[in-house]
Design a protein around this ligand. Structure first.
Ligand SMILES: CC(C)(COP(=O)(O)OP(=O)(O)OC[C@H]1O[C@@H](n2cnc3c(N)ncnc32)[C@H](O)[C@@H]1OP(=O)(O)O)[C@@H](O)C(=O)NCCC(=O)NCCS
Length: 176
């Protein structure tokens, strides 16, 4: 998978060396509340998560969740990427950041780079995002990115209803 670059950030592939970061992020209360309990507590569980959630996707799709790194300091702030799920017809955008890096525009900046990659390199025409209705900060990020609310969805029969947002490649739309 490519490393993407923005003015302040590098979006690089996750590796087996990112276990400490993954354990911290996946056990943050904001991650558990808004995304879910992944039960990743040990180095081994983190390596398995990195393989299943990221490396397998890089190999299959050429994209996936990337580590979002501040160029100047090398700090890993969160992860962001495009995800192809069996449960959704469209590729979706996912992101989560450690709370100490919130409010600095990193979610918007990294997601913009992934959308550009989606349109220009992966040939996508539409990207969706699914959000817990209570997750206002995430809805703000999506609206800044130009996503529009479409409908409520349930990814599994026993899941709560989530809000599905979508955005389309503006250039393709204008040509058609
Ligand atoms: C959702 C989440 C990623 C949002 O993170 P965030 O840090 O608020 O996102 P950003 O900073 O990129 O953008 C939002 C805010 O930063 C501000 N911002 C943008 N550029 C900035 C800059 N250069 N300096 C300071 N602030 C900036 C924006 O104005 C915006 O604030 P506003 O909405 O009050 O106007 C974060 O809350 C999170 O990780 N939550 C837990 C996981 C999660 O819910 N993931 C989403 C699942 S759908």
């Amino acid at each position: 998978m490519d490393t993407l670059e923005t003015p302040r950030l590098l979006l690089r592939p996750l590796t087996a060396d990112d276990t400490a970061f993954i354990i911290e992020l996946l056990n943050d209360p904001s991650f558990i509340q808004n995304i879910g309990q992944r039960n990743v507590h040990t180095d081994e569980e983190a390596r398995t998560y990195i393989t299943n959630a990221a490396l397998n996707s890089y190999a299959k799709n050429g994209f996936g969740l990337a580590a979002v790194v501040i160029k100047e300091t090398g700090e890993v702030t969160g992860m962001c990427g495009l995800i192809r799920r069996d449960t959704l017809p469209d590729v979706d955008l996912g992101y989560a950041f450690l709370p100490r890096y919130w409010g600095k525009g990193y979610a918007v900046e990294s997601a913009q780079a992934w959308l550009k990659f989606g349109w220009d390199k992966a040939g996508l025409t539409r990207v969706v995002a699914i959000v817990d209705p209570a997750n206002e900060p995430s809805v703000r990020v999506l609206e800044k990115l130009g996503f529009v609310f479409e409908k409520m969805v349930r990814l599994a029969a026993d899941d709560i209803e989530l809000r599905l947002f979508a955005t389309e490649n503006a250039e393709k739309k204008n040509r058609s």
